[in-house]
Design a protein. Sequence first.
Length: 722
Amino acid sequence: MTIPRPGAAFAALCALALPAWGAAEPQTAADEPFVPEEAASHDPPDAEDAPTPALPLCGGDAADDGRCTIPSFTTIVTGKRPPPPGSHARIDAREIELRGARNVAEAVAGEPSIEVNQGPKTGATLQVRGFDERAVLLMIEGIPIREVYDGHFDLASLPAFSLGAIDIERGVTTLLHGPNTAGAILALRAPTTCGETLDLSGQVRPERPGRLLYGGRLKACQRLGELSLFASAGYERSNGHVLSRDYVETASNAQFHERGGRRDGSDYTRGTAAVLARYAPRTNKSLSLFVNGVHAPRGIPPFEGFGYTRYWRFARYDTLLTGLAGVLGPAPEDQPQTWGFRLVRGQLYAHLHRDELRDYEDVRYERLTTNPLAWFVASAYANETVGAAVQGSWALNTGNRLELALRYTLDRHAQRERPVPRDGVTSAWTRWERYAAHTLTAAVEDTQVVGPWRLNAGVGLSGVSLVDQELRGTDYPVDRRLIPAAEGRVVLERSLGDRVRLMTAGGHKVRLPMLKELFANSIGGNTELRAERAWMSEAGVDTHGLGLPALDSSLRLFWNAIADLIERYRDRYDNIGRAITAGVEAELRLAPVEQLQLYAGYRYLHARDLERDRALDYRTPHRVLAGARAATRFGLTAAVGLTVSSGQEAYYVDALTGDWVAERLGGFALVDAHLRYLVTALAPVEVYLYADAFNLLDTSYVVGSFEPRPGREVIVGLGGRY
């Protein structure tokens, strides 16, 4: 089996033209983003820029024109179809701008159910309802984004400026995407309409030399009859983030934390580019090609390892995603209502990733390490995922939709190292170690609507089988046993009039072992691992205009019992036993006048390792979000937000003594503010200015590791669009 060696860095990435800051154009079915893994009932509904309080909730009595509202914490979507069954939220392009989000990690951090933790090597990673990123599916235009070896991908490397929307499904999620989705499904979507032909902007953090941040971005789109073309490119360079003035070095922190007020090892470069071509001669008939790449080398802040300070740096961090997708089905007016075929979707996709990590012995990052305790001078990963998905839907009777999905994925991982020099002899790269596994998923879901009731039920079967194991040129026998995964879910919803929707759900979800957990030589891989299983349940209520015409609310209670939890226990990974995650999510949004919106959210999480009677690592019990947005008729928009988090606990094994060490991180409060001003006097050209202020209180805090996070940052930008 051959895995290509890392070559030259991929040209940079990312996502597509952003709709205009003002009102978004209403979507039509032909404009909807194509995600073949999702059935038509999972497509985003028609979107409009502002809610209409008189419209009923989808699923209740329809309005005269058949349209209805779908409230979520971040935005209101208006459409003719009900939302998919379960718990959903949408961060649209307008909301991304209001949050000042430069990347996906910053965009989703404003959700009460989502935590973004920070690790020295892994970067920004997700936790949703207590599940970490290995149980969260992240995809862009239907292409999975996952580092196949250990399951962690740096979300900060994915830009957000050109996304059309981020759709989030949490709780007992759909089975049509296969396993590893107990936490959530995050679907990054390209825009669906040409908001502008060309958009060019630049930004800078005005700091002293040595603390500079600057960048620019370009977005363009063009319709040529039935063909739509979207393109974007972006570049951002930072010398590192500025520490809070209240930062105090402690014994728990790594050494050499700062250099002139700047966090050492926090510098990065992010270059991105993307192209989407979509041919859609009519509704339910389309073909699209998406190509997306990212180039994101970065520093890694110093940390303690084996009794001394490590200075690591990603000399390269490159990703390429590509997908070819198609949809075919009868036109809407010919769709069967009682019995018959409705739609088929298919996609071929690939995700290629290369990185190289280097180990230095000095704070200047100039000399590669010679310390004999180091594992390597440099290490390299080469990951490849290729796959295919097909999904069809049928109507079995009035108000029914049956969905069948098949997915095949081949994951291939290769790694090699340059050992630490011995006796003054320069070391060379070792031969590649290679691991591979393939996964097959089959799932069926059926949704039935009867009056105010909606029932969704499904089952899914998956399995992962090891294909190959090659250690430095020698093929080793592989136990090709199938690690099975059986999943199921039931969702029941009931509309009470036009303003209230009740829901309850239960299911069984599975996380399959990662290649690192199965094979890692240095940290205890275990090929006998079983899949991690979770029995899940939730219940909730959504309201729109109940009590007050412009008040929306959402409440969720959830409880998850986890068996065969996979963790590294002492010297190897193992199925250590049982854990529980349970909690409450509450969200409110109020628009007392047309130009003002107020919002608040709260999440309580109880996450416990029952085998060792302690908290699961880096889970935050309490999170509170609150804020306000105001828009004027002369083009000025302002937003302010507050995030309050309680402390975290973490446990790890001391590398020298072998003892468990408990660490506790304190809670914190953050305030962000954002200003946007749009000048339309030069029509058809629009000029806009913006200022994004993060951590206005200059709070000193850490989250997910002992690395201090940025203090106060102000970024200003100027752009124009046509």
